[in-house]
Design a protein around this ligand. Structure first.
Ligand code: ATP
Ligand code: MG
Length: 450
């Protein structure tokens, strides 16, 4: 969205509104970074904002009147307009006991978490309002708490995690005093609602430097509050197939996969089962027998605890479950189709599986030699086989269950599932067999043999 519609709102609210852009939008504008939403702030009380915006023909939704927030639709995009506010004491480490509306802009900015998030830009022109040196910190790529970090992190235990999240998203450092305050406020951070934690961790992982955010979580102790399963991965040595320990490999894979939620969470957790399954053979060779099911179990337990969505849990599980499959040029077409069938059963698209596998290979830190060509070749072959839309599941058979029951003159029962599996096996070997006539003939033969 451009500034145009914001000017219209400014006109509607009048000059005493002191309408400004605040928070992340100012930061991202100054960085030349795209941002999804514009957060606006005003001196006017929410009722006045509603009345004046409506009088000017704008659509308004009273989203959070008691906190001072109304949502105005500008060119069909929702924009939050919040009255300048100050916050009362924080007693539970999560939220203030009261908020007061109608204070000065400087007071509003002082309650914000970091200097780079505590600037305001007047709508329609005017100087940047920057009482805490946010612009200098932006230029120095620094995340610094507004005021005393120990106090700010005692008020709201989410802020330390947000510091790590912004470091990952922006590629910034956390200023030393701000970072040093985190370990001293872990007990406050522990009380934060897990849904808020998940949202921040998810943004951290999707950031441009997730490894930076994760290193900060490890260093500050936040990792042990919410992701204790990760700690044993740090320094867990591997074998000749890897240059890195399990943790460094994990960070590399996260960096290599596209910045998308399930890929990043799967990368984070795909080898979480390794430390617990590590053994050293008599020949001093390190093994991780059974690490894949263990990784799956740890990953799903962790995501369930963080109240991640079922869709995410399912997608992550599918990526982890299939990450250890390494098709080779020696596979038959039927073996490839069987594998495509397993991916389809888990609703895992081939290209996502391939992106993950490639990242896992690259993350080993070894010279891949001609492995990349091999990967490309295999992918083209798998894609071509998938393109032909071969039957991969029982539901793809040319005769369905009721047709097979009519053919057999029998009611359903365990025999039916067994027959369908045999038929499927046959059409995976030879997809040309998947016609009504051929399946009927084969089904008769198989039943006669029984
Ligand atoms: P993005 O929306 O890109 O994730 P953002 O900076 O807009 O980043 P929001 O969570 O949308 O982050 O918050 C908007 C603004 O509200 C922040 O820029 C900051 O000024 C303030 N803010 C948000 N959460 C807190 C908090 N826990 N403590 C203090 N200020 C906060
Ligand atoms: Mg925002």
């Amino acid at each position: 969205m451009t500034w145009g519609p914001l000017l219209r709102l400014k006109e509607a609210l009048g000059p005493e509104a002191e309408l400004v852009i605040v928070g992340g939008a100012v930061r991202d504008e100054l960085l030349g970074r795209t941002h999804a939403d514009w957060d606006l702030a005003t001196r006017l009380l929410p009722r006045t904002v509603m009345d004046r915006a409506r009088a000017a023909g704008l659509k308004v939704i009273p989203t959070g009147i008691q906190h001072g927030t109304v949502t105005v639709l500008l060119e069909d995009r929702p924009v939050e307009v919040t009255t300048f506010r100050s916050e009362g004491d924080y007693l539970d480490g999560r939220r203030p006991i009261s908020v007061s509306l109608g204070v000065d802009l400087a007071v509003d900015l002082s309650r914000r978490d970091f200097t780079i998030n505590a600037m305001a830009l007047p709508v329609g022109g005017g100087d940047l309002v920057d009482p805490f040196g946010g612009r200098v910190d932006l230029a120095a790529q620094t995340i610094r708490a507004v005021g005393d970090p120990l106090q700010r992190f005692a008020e709201d235990g989410l802020r330390p995690l947000r510091a790590c999240r912004f470091a990952a998203q922006l590629g910034f450092d956390v200023e030393p005093a701000t970072l040093a305050a985190i370990p001293l406020r872990l007990e406050v951070a522990r009380k934060v609602a897990v849904e808020r934690v998940f949202t921040e961790l998810d943004k951290l992982l999707r950031g441009k430097e997730p490894q930076r955010g994760l290193a900060l979580l490890a260093e500050s102790g936040l990792m042990d509050l919410w992701l204790p399963e990760l700690r044993p991965m740090i320094g867990c040595g591997q074998n000749r197939h890897h240059r890195h320990d399990v943790w460094v490999h994990t960070l590399e894979v996260i960096r290599e996969v596209p910045a998308e939620s399930s890929l990043r969470w799967a990368a984070l957790l795909h080898d979480a089962g390794k430390p617990g399954t590590r053994t050293t053979g008599p020949d001093e060779v390190v093994h991780f027998y059974g690490h894949e099911p263990r990784s799956l179990e740890l990953a799903d337990g962790l995501l369930e605890r963080l109240k991640a969505s079922h869709v995410l849990r399912k997608d992550v599980a599918a990526l982890i479950r299939h990450h250890g499959t390494h098709p080779t040029g020696a596979w038959s077409d039927a073996a490839c189709r069987r594998f495509l069938g397993r991916l389809a059963e888990d609703s895992l698209p081939l290209d996502r599986w391939a992106a993950f596998r490639l990242a896992d290979q690259r993350g080993k830190g070894l010279d891949l030699g001609n492995r990349l060509d091999e990967h490309q070749g295999l992918m083209s072959r798998l894609a071509a086989l998938a393109e032909a839309a071969p039957p991969l599941a029982v539901r793809d058979l040319a005769l369905d269950g009721s047709a097979l029951m009519r053919l057999a003159g029998r009611d359903g029962g365990p025999w039916l599932g067994a027959l369908q599996r045999q038929l499927l096996e046959a059409v995976i070997e030879d997809p040309g067999l998947n016609t009504v006539e051929a399946i009927a003939e084969l089904a008769r033969k198989l039943m006669a043999a029984d």
